[in-house]
Design a protein around this ligand. Structure first.
Ligand code: ZN
Length: 238
C-alpha cells in the first residue's frame, strides 16, 4: 500500500536564506526527482538589525518575504509557509509555542522526511528550531516522519566552535552537482543576505563547502547532513 507521506519532504528553517544555505541543492534535486518539497520558515529574519523590534522597517520584512517566495519557486518547492517569529529572539517565546507551530505543519503536511537546523549552531533561533522539531516529531505510532536530517548554515554552525553541543558531524551526503548552480542563483536572489569572500555566506565559500564535502565522498559537489534518526518500517515505509 502506498504511504501518502512517502514522497513528501518538509524543510523547517529559522530565517529566509537558511533553507538555501542548508539544503538548497537537495531541495532542487528532490523537486526535480518528483518529491513534494514544502518549506516552512519560522522567523521574519530582519528585526534584529534594529534596536527594537517595533522600530524595524516593515518594507524590509515584506521584501525579504517576497524574495523567499521567489527562491522557493526557483528551487521547485511545492509551497512556502512563512511565520513571523522575532529575529534572533526565538528564545523569548515559550518553546511550547514553537513546538505547537511545528506540530501544526507536520500534522498538516505529513512529511516522510524533515530537514532542519543542527542543534549546536551559534544562532539561538537555529537551536530553538532544532529542539522544537525534535519535540514535535516524537516517534509515536502514526508519526509520518521517518527521517530527520540536520543541515549546517555557514556563519552559524562553524562559529559555535563546537561549544554548545556535539559538533556538526555529517553522515548523509547528497550529490548536488546538477543543482549547485541553482543553489548559488537562489543565494543571489537573497542579495541582502550574501556577503563578500571570505565571509562564510559568500558564493565562493558556499561553492567551496560543496566541493569540500564532495571530496570527502568522491563526488564533485555535495551537501552534507547530520542524521537524527531514520526509521525503516516494514510494509508501508521504505
Ligand atoms: Zn538563520
Amino acid at each position: 500500500m502506498c504511504d501518502p507521506a512517502q514522497d513528501r519532504v518538509l524543510v523547517i528553517a529559522a530565517h529566509p536564506d537558511d533553507e538555501v544555505l542548508g539544503c538548497g541543492g537537495a531541495i532542487a534535486r528532490l523537486a526535480r526527482e518528483g518529491h513534494e518539497v514544502h518549506i516552512a520558515i519560522l522567523g521574519e529574519g530582519v528585526t534584529s538589525r534594529y534596536q527594537g523590534r517595533e522600530k524595524a522597517d516593515q518594507t524590509e520584512v515584506r521584501e525579504l518575504r517576497a524574495r523567499a517566495h521567489e527562491v522557493a519557486a526557483l528551487l521547485g518547492a511545492r509551497d512556502l509557509i512563512m511565520c513571523d517569529l522575532p529575529d534572533n529572539r526565538f528564545d523569548t517565546i515559550p518553546l511550547l509555542d514553537v513546538v505547537k507551530t511545528v506540530e501544526g505543519f507536520v500534522d498538516g503536511i505529513r512529511p516522510r522526511a524533515i530537514y532542519t537546523h543542527h542543534g549546536g549552531d551559534l544562532n539561538i533561533d537555529h537551536a530553538v528550531v532544532h529542539r522544537a522539531v525534535l519535540t514535535a516529531t516524537r516517534p509515536i505510532p502514526g508519526c509520518s516522519v521517518k527521517d530527520i536530517y540536520t543541515f549546517e548554515v555557514p556563519s552559524s554552525t562553524e562559529w559555535s566552535f563546537g561549544q554548545f553541543a556535539t559538533p556538526f558531524q555529517p553522515l548523509v551526503f547528497v550529490d548536488i552537482r546538477e543543482t549547485l548552480g541553482v543553489k548559488l542563483q537562489a543565494m543571489q536572489l537573497y542579495g541582502s543576505e550574501c556577503r563578500a569572500f571570505p565571509h562564510p555566506r559568500s558564493s565562493d565559500v558556499v561553492k567551496a563547502m560543496a566541493q569540500r564535502w564532495g571530496s570527502v565522498v568522491g563526488l564533485q559537489a555535495v551537501e552534507a547532513f547530520g542524521l537524527v534518526r531514520s526509521v525503516r518500517q516494514a510494509g508501508g515505509g521504505k
